[in-house]
Design a protein around this ligand. Sequence first.
Ligand code: C5P
Length: 230
Amino acid sequence: KRYPVICIDGPSGAGKGTVTWRLAQSLGYQLLDSGALYRIVGLKAFEAGLVSADAKRPIDEEALLQLTQSLDIVFVPNNESGRVDILVNGEAVGEQVRNETIGGYASQIAVFPKVRQALLELQQNMATRSGLVADGRDMGTVVFPDADVKVFLTASATARAERRVAQLLRAGQTADFEAILNTIKARDERDENRTTAPSKPAEDALVLDSSMLDADTVYELVKKQCQDKG
Ligand code: C5P
């Protein structure tokens, strides 16, 4: 049996995570945070010395593939945090994978076709048990080309950097707007220009720019798209 699939793609900070979580809750679907998969591989690759912080050292694709294949990754929804908890080889991976440094490692390893291929089946299998809301860069283009609903949620780099700054300040941390903007741009650049599965809207995706929209409005618009397509 084939279950419904909703794809929410787009760059980081456009609001995908929030809308994905709310949709999954309201529809009773599973949630696939595909970025977390790439973040975990990025983190493990950094720990194994395969990835450098400055992104300048060449990466050994075969070693990276072996590392990826050695990871058993499981998602567990956490209603308290409104996110999924992640288990890697039975061990919980904390919120640390969400930081921008790990995002940078993720985008370095995400350019390799063999790594993407190794993660493909795990992602596609998630749609074999129940309906799925999948969030990432290539959900609508590569992983679920036949999805029922495809949304590409974007926002200007400035708007995304401002949100990130606000988020860090709320968490009592310091934030450097220019530095954050530059990291966001560097990651976009790598994700959009890679050869394999670049970040871009599927031909049949609804493209939504959230620069001027609040989270509730984005959610309502995406929900309406699901109803129209459902
Ligand atoms: O969405 P998130 O910011 O967590 O993703 C981290 C990185 O993982 C992205 O910048 C991108 O390089 C990679 N990624 C990807 N394909 C996906 C999801 C994430 O290449 N479907």
